[in-house]
Design a protein. Sequence first.
Length: 202
Amino acid sequence: MLDIEWVVEHLCQDYSRRVFQEIEHPKEDGTIKFAKRCIRSDETVLDVGCGPGYLTSLLAQFGHSARGIDVSEKMIDLARRDYLADNVEFYVADASLLTDKDLEAVNVVFLCHVLGFFEDPRRFLELLARNVDSVLIEVPDFDSTTLNLFRQRLGSELMFRTRGYVNEFDRDEMSFLLEASQLSVQESEFRHGVQRYWCVSR
């Protein structure tokens, strides 16, 4: 019974992708507005887990330039086909293998629904805190439904584990994780089932 809400929610979310073009999808609107407020026009942005590249192309418009990375060659091929530009680049890369050197020319790192895939998110965020000026993070909001609390108490699968997530975060866990990673939250919002954070390095 606890899974019914999750199944219906995601069927509706998947169907919405058929109804709305990516450029006009209401769910992306909040992400875009939040990023636009936080990125300066002189900054270089790294979009981790960029997928087909639409958001990366917008980040380049907000800042000076953007680079998108993804482990999927298919996604990078689509991104290069549709969104390659003078100030936008795309590469096949595994973000968990990034080094200090890889981040030398980066000012801002954008993590949109990718943090939950990291086995050790604290280690990755600590790498970012040492090397970049700011980090934009969007993750599912565990606290947006009380059914997650029921699942957790019963030891059931949580909402996004079936979609490959290794970790899910409630708001307290995100607060602790960011603090432990030496990232200071400048702005946050909790809307439409997501948590968003703009963090700067301490």
